[in-house]
Write a protein that binds this ligand. Sequence first.
Ligand code: NCD
Length: 315
Amino acid sequence: MPGLITMDDLSNEEIMSILDDAERLLPVAEGRTYLPLLQGKILGNLFFEPSTRTRMSFETAMKRLGGDVVNLGDVKTSSVVKGETLYDTIQMVDGYTDIIAMRHPRQGAAQYAQDAARVPILNGGDGAGHHPTQTMLDLFTIRQAHGTLEGLKVILAGDLRYGRTVHSLSHALTRFGCELIFASPELLKMPTEIVNDLTKHGANVTETEELLGSIADADVVYMTRIQKERFADEDEYTKVAGAYKLHASNLEGAKENMIIMHPLPRVDEIHPSVDGTRHARYFQQAFNGVVARMALLCRLLGIKVPEVIADGGEA
Ligand code: NCD
């Protein structure tokens, strides 16, 4: 069964319909209504790289919908340390579960796993490649704030070279006709093959090293962490570490409804002074991971989300 490896696996219509499902699932994610749509289903969580939000929100999504989760757990205590190949691990977990969420340091690993598995694979990040389930929650958050995905002006800032979240997100936003501003140090520019692909899809992209100058007319500012773990050379990292730091005082000229997003974890890209402003949306965004992943799990498992879900009131 096909899973979700890159945003190419979903059409714009499918994206919108999954976001609609996610919206209706809000009372379930908030614990006000119990709706065991995934009772009897098991998700396999295979995280070969650190993860807090992606792993936990998949687990929360599954459990809120009455399903269950088995975890690979810490790679260091699994058979991976005995030399088990990814192919063998997938073959086995495939038999234990109905669907697999996977994160792996190697670009292309999710596709490799999908080729080896019968159950759908949800790519929770493959090296510096893609992170489509993050994109679904990012799109949900943007639509929640602006009521649309069409024609917005979005700044993507920070590590555009190694940041898989912005690789998947820029692709999706281009397909919805957004204007993109890529703000990064020269060393961390969006890879040429991605820019070329976006151009093929009719992208409207500006590249700059300067972040603050574009904030005034942006609808979304999407900050990212410099992906230290992907640098081969520590000195290179030191050169770009701390390249962008957003402080509340930088937001004075911003549009009222501009939102600041971040996939988290943040290091020093967003000063805590921003947290209390009307623009900060990153913690809401992290919560939205639960509804977006609920909707994705249902879709890929072939379970229809009801058109009307009663809100059970206070949990
Ligand atoms: C991101 C990732 O793993 O790519 N985190 C996440 O899934 N929320 C971003 C990051 O690690 O910087």
